[in-house]
Design a binder for this molecule. Structure first.
Ligand code: GDD
Ligand code: MN
Length: 391
């Protein structure tokens, strides 16, 4: 299954708390209440329960409750009914798709994730100006209460795989308790297999800024864990997919840098050819084949070399064979503009570096030529030939 995010319009000061449930009849109302009691007073929040048609009537119990209480001060509650058990990750995604807030909190319904931590997650998101805050068991101050040794070991192994195999830097990438800015999900294509939605976000959005805060995971008192052998198999499936995702992204990155550099090499080869054209035309016209005044000859040399540069860059460097008149003239105009701009920048820089910074002329010249040449390449790539800068 592949899911991408289609989201409802978001409210810029609301927090949406996503609570997936499967057979949580003994916990769900208590957790909804407890969340309401623990929310900071100054925010508006919605809780979204995502129930997978639990056989123990979790969904019906919530429906009944919501008939009487749908809203307490700034806190509203709602439920999504799905027809069958389709996994924790996909339940969380369903909740997020419905969320109105710009900030999302994901948590379990069985009190393993203490609602008292929610304000800290939200505050930290603001205070550290990061994209995501994870409630973490595996940093200083974090802890697990009530797990068997077997479960502890399994969790450690899963964490190790994520860190060593997938290169995740987070200390607790297996956490099910975290808050983030909803817009970071843009562009992610989710596999949403099994439990590990957090890991999928961390791998697929490796650029986001993540902060961890410690908490104590309390094993549930009521009901039972839904984690079974199929969850473990799902984890390996999901980790394998994420591993391949990482590899293909690496390759793409490499391809992009090779493209960027090889085009730069062509661009500067063309530049060099322009210099040769310029030089010989100026020489030839002022004596070789005609008797033009040397400044005029030089001017012709410049114009011709800019034109040959343009044509070579268009057809060779940027592989553009479309010579529609209007488009070509526009491109030529931009190319000439950027070339002149480059010359001006170069002159200005040399003057500034020598005059203001007392830099030696040869060094100043090198710096100025390099900056002008680099700027020239980027500007022409992006604006004249309408390519992405990178790639
Ligand atoms: N809608 C829906 N569909 N909810 C589900 C499903 C499902 O298929 N499977 C589990 N849930 C709900 C449970 O009802 C519970 O609220 C929450 O997801 C977590 O399930 P548990 O069965 O209680 O998981 P756990 O306690 O073993 O593991 C939890 O803690 C770990 C440590 O933080 C999960 O949050 C793990 O993701 C996490 O790694
Ligand atoms: Mn649990």
């Amino acid at each position: 299954m592949s899911e991408s995010m289609d989201m409802v319009a978001q409210d810029n000061n609301q927090v949406s708390i996503i609570i997936p449930t499967y057979n949580e009849s003994r916990n769900i109302i208590q957790i909804l209440k407890s969340i309401g009691e623990n929310l900071p007073k100054n925010i508006s929040a919605e809780a979204i329960v995502v129930d997978d048609n639990s056989p123990d009537s979790t969904g019906k119990i919530v429906d009944e409750y919501l008939k009487n209480v749908k809203k307490i001060a700034g806190y509203t509650m709602d439920i999504i009914h799905r027809t069958s058990k389709s996994g924790l990750s996909s339940a969380i995604l369903s909740g997020i798709q419905r969320a109105k807030g710009d900030t999302i909190v994901v948590m379990d319904s069985d009190f393993s994730h203490p609602p008292q931590i929610i304000p800290k997650l939200i505050e930290s998101l603001k205070n550290y100006q990061c994209d995501m805050v994870i409630a973490s068991r595996y940093i200083k101050g974090g802890k697990i209460n009530g797990w068997t040794l077997k479960r502890k070991i399994m969790s450690k192994i899963a964490t190790l795989i994520a860190k060593k195999g997938l290169g995740v830097k987070t200390k607790d990438p297996m956490s099910g308790f975290f808050a983030f800015k909803k817009n970071i999900l843009k562009g992610i294509n989710f596999d949403a297999i099994g439990y590990k939605i957090l890991l999928e976000i961390l791998v697929k959005k490796s650029g986001i800024v993540v902060k961890e805060i410690p908490y104590t995971f309390e094993n549930r008192n009521l009901g039972s864990s839904k984690l079974d052998s199929s969850t473990v198999i799902d984890y390996f499936k999901s980790a394998w997919k994420l591993y391949k995702f990482g590899k293909s992204k690496e390759k793409e990155e490499k391809r992009s840098s090779v493209k960027f550099l090889s085009k730069a090499a062509r661009f500067y080869t063309v530049g060099l050819s322009g210099f040769v054209v310029n030089y010989f035309i100026a020489l030839l016209l002022a004596g070789g084949i005609s008797d033009l005044w040397y400044l005029h000859a030089n001017l012709v040399g410049i114009v011709v070399s800019i034109t040959t540069n343009f044509l070579l860059n268009k057809t060779w460097t940027f592989d553009d064979r479309d010579f529609a008149a209007k488009k070509t003239i526009k491109q030529y105009g931009k190319f000439v503009t950027f070339s002149s701009l480059g010359a001006l920048v170069q002159l200005g820089m040399v003057f500034y570096l020598v005059d203001q910074y007392q830099l030696g002329y040869p060094i100043a010249l090198v710096l100025a030529v390099l900056s002008a040449a680099f700027g020239n390449y980027i500007l022409n790539k992006k604006f004249t030939f309408k390519e992405k800068v990178w790639g």
